[in-house]
Design a protein around this ligand. Structure first.
Ligand SMILES: [Zn+2]
Length: 150
């Protein structure tokens, strides 16, 4: 059970971030704006948050392995990461990271874009924890990073 996980207090999560600017077609914009009004009274942040929370898809595996096989599936692996906290380097275990496994040769391949984004996200999370005097954990669940605590 994970009910003991303490969520961040609301005052620690002010809405101060913008999503990157997204270019849309005329029809896409119309669709999104009308649906945001229909479902979230036009509150775009709330509409997007609700959609993302409902998105429980598992990622698609890479389509082709280096061996040429196209038979890959998603597995979840723990990985160690070096993070810099103040003047010391800490090793942090990120658990349950999705990877593609080739069922022909057994190779396990990470998604480069996801790895790069995780690097940024973890740096930001550690910095936030340091600045807010939170404990730096030895382990973080990947799943924790793709949910919200309030
Ligand atoms: Zn392979």
């Amino acid at each position: 059970m994970q009910n003991k996980k303490a969520g961040r207090h609301k005052s620690e999560n002010p809405r101060t971030f913008d999503l990157p600017k997204t270019r849309l077609t005329r029809e896409e914009r119309r669709m999104i704006e009308l649906k945001a009004v229909m479902h979230s009274k036009g509150n775009m942040a709330e509409y997007i948050r609700d959609l993302v929370l409902k998105d429980t898809r598992i990622p698609k595996p890479l389509s082709t392995c280096l061996c040429g096989s196209t038979s890959l599936k998603i597995i979840y692996k723990d990985e160690e990461r070096e993070v810099n906290v103040g003047d010391q380097d800490l090793t942090l275990t990120l658990t349950g990271v999705p990877r593609s496994e080739c069922s022909t040769c057994g190779r396990i391949i990470g998604d480069m874009r996801l790895a790069a984004k995780l690097e940024t996200v973890l740096d930001e999370e550690i910095l936030w924890r340091v600045n807010n005097h939170h404990i730096i954990p030895k382990q973080i669940e990947f799943n924790e990073l793709i949910t919200i605590t309030q």
